[in-house]
Design a protein around this ligand. Structure first.
Ligand code: APR
Length: 169
């Protein structure tokens, strides 16, 4: 049975096989967790991302982790929140599903997710957390992943993740 847990901290420091980036469609870096991952991975990451020629919203693409502790980075592009009537829920769920598909393809056993789309992209935190937990729970068995960390950069996110993981949401 795979283990899912919320942890506080910086995703670039997590000792897991793969970390997930909350990227944009260009895959050429940005602020937030995207900026932190590129800074920690080093310039080779941007070179590798250039070769991917972007990524659609709801999709995810893999690169090596370079100077990160993680062997892989799965660059997921979450939806920008526009009020909920633009398929945002499904596009966010798709990010988590695609990352677990990449995990299977790359024989990943441990993976760390940030709270995709809940920063600059303004997706409501509680709604995004429910989608994250439900989607991971629904697809984890097929992925071969044994350990999932939801890495929370602030206490608000940690409280929501811990509550919803306990509630079996
Ligand atoms: N480790 C873990 N989580 C982090 C870190 C970090 N080092 N830095 C930020 N976060 C958290 C934020 O607090 C938020 O909860 O990641 C979550 C996602 O926030 P953003 O990074 O703003 O990502 P998102 O809302 O998906 O917006 C993506 O922002 O940085 C740009 O290039 C990126 O255009 C894209 C957009």
């Amino acid at each position: 049975m795979a283990q899912l847990r919320a942890v506080a901290g910086d995703i670039t420091r997590r000792d897991v096989d793969a970390i997930v980036n909350a990227a944009n469609t260009s895959l050429l870096g940005g602020g937030g967790v995207d900026g932190a991952i590129h800074r920690a991975a080093g310039p080779e990451l941007l070179e590798a991302c250039r070769k991917l020629h972007g990524c659609a919203t709801g999709d995810a693409k893999a690169t090596a982790g370079f100077r990160l502790p993680a062997k892989w980075v799965f660059h997921a592009v979450g939806p920008v929140w526009h009020g909920g009537g633009h398929n945002e829920d499904e596009l966010l769920a798709s990010c988590y599903r695609r990352c677990l598909e990449l995990a299977r393809e790359h024989a990943v056993r441990s993976i760390a997710f940030p709270a995709i789309s809940t920063g600059v992209y303004s997706f409501p935190l509680e709604r995004a957390t429910k989608i994250a937990i439900q989607t991971v729970r629904a697809h984890i068995e097929d992925s071969g992943v044994e350990r999932v960390e939801f890495v929370c950069f602030n206490s608000d996110a940690l409280l929501v993740y811990e509550r919803l993981l306990t509630a079996g949401s």
